[in-house]
Design a protein around this ligand. Structure first.
Ligand code: SF4
Length: 694
């Protein structure tokens, strides 16, 4: 037990890890942060937290942090520490020079879902107002961009429809492609409590996640599908509901487009979508699937929670639309206890999408092609906005390899580690003439950078994050930025070095500007957030208290839209050379590529990534528990230790991606979602063989 004494002061702020958005009291003695205490009035967490938010904040003081700007002419030169002025002038001159030489659209930005709403708003404004193009993208591209597309198509907006409190009134829960116990632990606790009270559970996942054990015996269905067949299973569930007449026809007639429903009903009714006809493809027991479909349709209030195991597929957007279909089919949208909920992986994925970080959308999910939308921002910013959507991350890298994209400002994102097909990412970065990395640490991407701008942690800035239930939470400055500037200030300095003329003195002014140009944020300001603690958007004249439940009196788009979800198999095939399918996920104590959590005491709980393999697959390969194995795909190979377990089915292997040594993205393919280019991280054909080590 460490005696920390009574803290001298405390600051209420928001966790910067997952999309639950827990509130914490950061307690300090002098300038030293001594502990993070879950805040009992936090509306998302009600006094609870997990080991990441509670203990993994030490990276803010880690010796690896870079605190001074650095530049170099060529990536083979050594770094040179310089003043902020010199770094910004060097950067501005290079970026403007590239535009003069290669054209206005030869540069762009990638922003991070770890940054605040105010920061991501400024980054997309920098692109559109100062760079003069729409080449802005976000790391949400590689996680929840299919949610943006799919829910937007079905309901008219891209957001979870329920608040977390609503889980207390749910009766049947589908969890598909998500592992809340590890990735969204505080929400998982609330869900488990509801399961203990008797709610029923349907888990659709290649792996038997821990949640299955939380339901009463007999109250959980686990459908262990073959990776890549989400669309087939979701359509088969709908097949049972429609062909057995279990749908909520009154709801559909009142709330949804009836003609589109009829087309959809005729599609799913076809015998080729039955559980029996699809069992060979999916590996799911037809009787279990039928039972799950009947339960969801007749078991009372139904909620669906999903994660990256849905979106990170070549048909990620199709599955999201299939999930929306299932919810509408059973009348499960628009009241407490029911809904569709993307569990956002990062703290501010919702916010970075809301703030116009995608290359085709201005803040508030409004297409850049629409003149009336552009006019709002042109009037506010005193500029002309390009009507042509910009480049997505993979398009930027392709264009770099082709020689037409030359400069990148990469804020808070290590694309060399986190994006698929590492070799291609490296080739794209190497072909650029100005790569600016704005981050806490000299990450892998910085190996290809010409400018390094030190970043600030969430403890060093004011702003807001928006969690997975659309809750806008305040982030409050706990300590002064060790690097001199909060990230929003660095973006402003860069904008001004390039002629932007920005004059923000506090993030509250940025939020005021966001509210003035974004109808769903029109009622949001810092004074109101101080008073209420937090608020869920839409928050405006129509909804002055915010909106815990969406689509209550009708869908945002008017009538809910049923969309036919035809299955198209991924091009990633197993075969004699690569007979197994690899899928990936997270572990409780670590976070994404581990840049933060590995630099904290959380490392004691997880010092390496392991490969889960079924006992049968291990035996035929002569692999024993703890052995080093070679994991090879068509893209590359790596080595890691084996963990033999029947949590995965025969033919499926699983690993986490928290350690750079694992290099999981050397293995993954370059296949992407058809609508959004979200990478297909969750399906890779691999071979596993005995190895002597890395
Ligand atoms: Fe809460 Fe997520 Fe942070 Fe854990 S990581 S404390 S669940 S916000």
């Amino acid at each position: 037990i460490i005696e920390l004494g009574t803290p001298q002061r405390s600051v209420i702020t928001t966790c910067a890890y997952c999309g639950v958005g827990c509130s914490f009291k950061a307690e300090l003695n002098g300038d030293e942060l001594v502990r993070m205490v879950p805040y009992k009035h936090g509306k998302a967490n009600r006094g609870h937290s997990c080991v990441k938010g509670r203990f993994a904040y030490g990276y803010a003081n880690h010796k690896d942090r870079i605190l001074n700007p650095m530049i170099r002419d060529k990536i083979t030169d050594p770094w040179r520490e310089v003043s902020w002025d010199e770094a910004l002038n060097f950067t501005a001159k290079r970026m403007r020079g590239l535009q003069e030489k290669y054209g206005q659209k030869s540069i762009g930005v990638i922003t991070s879902s770890r940054c605040t709403n105010e920061e991501t708003y400024l980054v997309q404004k920098l692109t559109r107002q100062v760079f003069g193009n729409n080449n802005t993208d976000t790391c949400a591209r590689v996680c929840h961009s299919p949610t943006g597309y799919g829910l937007g198509q079905a309901f008219g907006t891209s957001a979870g429809t329920q608040d977390f409190d609503s889980v207390e009134e749910t009766d049947v829960v589908i969890v598909i492609g998500a592992n809340p116990t590890d990735a969204h632990p505080v929400f998982a606790s609330r869900l488990k409590k509801r399961l203990r009270q008797g709610a029923k559970l349907i888990v659709i996942d290649p792996r038997r996640i821990d949640l299955v054990k939380s339901a009463h015996i007999g109250a959980a269905h686990h459908l262990p599908l073959r990776p890549g067949t989400n669309v087939v299973v979701v359509t088969a569930l709908a097949h049972v509901i429609v062909t057995e007449g279990l749908m909520d026809e009154a709801y559909i007639r009142e709330r949804c487009d009836w003609d589109e429903f009829q087309d959809y009903a005729s599609f799913v009714s076809n015998e080729r979508h039955s559980p029996e006809a699809t069992a060979l493809l999916t590996g799911v027991d037809p009787e279990e699937l039928r039972a799950a479909a009947r339960l969801f349709a007749t078991g009372g209030n139904g909620s669906i929670y999903y994660g990256l195991g849905v979106t990170e597929h070549s048909q990620g957007s199709t599955t999201v639309m299939g999930i929306a279909n299932l919810a509408m089919l059973t009348g499960n949208i628009g009241r407490k206890g029911v809904g569709v909920n993307p569990l956002r992986g990062q703290n501010n994925v919702q916010g970075s999408c809301d703030m116009g970080s995608f290359p085709h959308e201005l803040p508030g999910y409004r297409h850049v092609k629409l003149p009336e939308v552009r006019k709002i921002f042109e009037d506010a910013w005193g500029t002309v906005i390009d009507p042509e959507p910009g480049l997505r991350i993979p398009n930027m890298l392709d264009a770099a390899v082709d020689g037409t994209f030359k400069g990148l400002y990469c804020q808070g994102e290590d694309i060399l580690q986190s994006d698929p097909d590492t070799k291609h990412v490296a080739a794209g970065l190497a072909a650029m003439e100005c790569v600016i990395v704005h981050d806490l640490f000299l990450n892998e991407t910085a190996n290809y950078a010409h400018v390094f701008l030190p970043g600030s942690t969430f403890l060093e800035k004011d702003g807001t994050f928006t969690n997975a239930e659309r809750r806008i939470n305040r982030v409050r400055r706990v300590m002064a930025p060790k690097n001199g500037y909060a990230d929003w200030e660095v973006t402003q300095l860069l904008a001004n070095a390039m002629g932007g003329g920005w004059t923000y003195t506090h993030p509250s002014q940025i939020m005021d500007e966001i509210a003035s140009v974004t109808p769903s944020f029109a009622g949001v300001n810092y004074a109101m957030l101080e008073e209420k603690g937090s608020v869920q958007w839409p928050c405006n004249e129509e909804h002055p208290e915010g909106t815990p439940l969406m689509h209550v009196d009708g869908f945002m788009r008017g009538k809910g839209r049923f969309i036919v979800t035809e299955y198209i198999a991924t091009d990633e095939k197993t075969g004699p050379r690569f007979p197994l399918l690899l899928t990936t996920g997270r572990i409780l104590s670590q976070y994404n590529v581990g840049a933060q959590t590995r630099r904290t005491e959380n490392s004691i709980w997880h010092d390496q990534d392991l490969l889960e393999i079924h006992p049968h697959d291990a035996e035929v390969r002569g692999v024993n528990e703890g052995d080093f194995v070679k994991l090879a795909s068509r893209s590359g190979e790596t080595a890691l230790r084996a963990k033999i377990t029947d949590r995965v089915s025969p033919g499926v292997v699983y690993t986490t991606f928290h350690h750079p040594d694992t290099q999981a993205n050397v293995i993954t393919t370059d296949y992407t979602d058809w609508a959004t280019n979200c990478p297909e991280y969750k399906v890779t054909a691999v071979q596993v063989s005995a190895s002597n080590g890395p």
